[in-house]
Design a protein around this ligand. Sequence first.
Ligand code: SAM
Length: 334
Amino acid sequence: MHKPLEDQHGRKASYMRVSVTDRCNLRCTYCAGEAKNFIPHPDILRYEEILDLMELAVKMGVEKMRFTGGEPFVRKGFADFMVNAAERFPGVDLCVTSNATLIGEHVERLAQAGIKRVNISLDTMVPKKFREITGRDEFHTVRANIDRCLDAGMKVKVNAVAMRGVNDDELPVFVEFARSNPVDMRFIEFMPVGTENGWDDSLVWTANDILAEAKELADLEQLAGKEGGRKGPARMFSMVGGKGRIGLISPYTNHFCGTCNRLRLTSDGDLRTCLFSDDVFPLREALRNPVLGLEEVERIIRGASVHKPMGHELLKQRAQGQGVCQTRMASIGG
Ligand code: SAM
């Protein structure tokens, strides 16, 4: 076992988000839209390389890994990769973030392999609006695949990017969805990440506003401790008489940098220590170099982790109306 990763603020990195591709089959307006210039295939880490990095990360104290994209299921062999990873790292908490358009045929196999938690992005319950936001007519597929994941015994978190003038009229429908389904229905504040997503202060439907409005619709009770989000990014609320819960993630108005335990790995092998920073620490070259290899990769990860910034400081520094991080979310993985 190597020394655990700890930064200068005393935060330990125990959670790694791994993007397996920057490509996506949806065109969400707030994310990458119609973006084109994708990472060339030879620069994308091969699955074996990701497994090697996972092994190293686990030795450095990473306990949880979330696989994301782009859309992870767009990449060939992703479900097989997850099954392999679950076999090789039985003690590691492995989970997936997906738009759930392509997950359907893989659900049962993933659940059997031990992938028990999936985050599914769904920003609207109106099929026509789904098409407007994502550019694709896939609402019913996503909705059916949420049920399929639940039927397979997975824990499902449904994440909606909360946007004024886009989905703020749908709160009653979202609350009803959480009342009648055993899901965590979570609202994420629209973040100023990327430059082509039309982000504007006025579009942020804040977590506090959502909570106030949701309390008019349901009897909500904040959960205590870690479950309630006092140690994680989401504040969670149970609903009297409801099967599911409501969650609020407020990276914009109420940061959780003090408890951040995350590192991010992009599909081309760049380490990012903060979503709101454009600083990257390339690992691929060292990883592919037979002389340098994992020893050098470890040195880079350690050096980068120590200086992990407090993202809210970067938010404060940003010029009004400008994106904090210039890279689009689909390339980072969210
Ligand atoms: N394709 C997968 C999905 O749809 O979940 C994984 C990648 S996606 C980039 C990860 C998450 O980032 C999604 O929940 C998406 O809604 C969220 N996201 C993208 N851009 C965002 C933004 N500007 N603000 C807040 N969340 C954003």
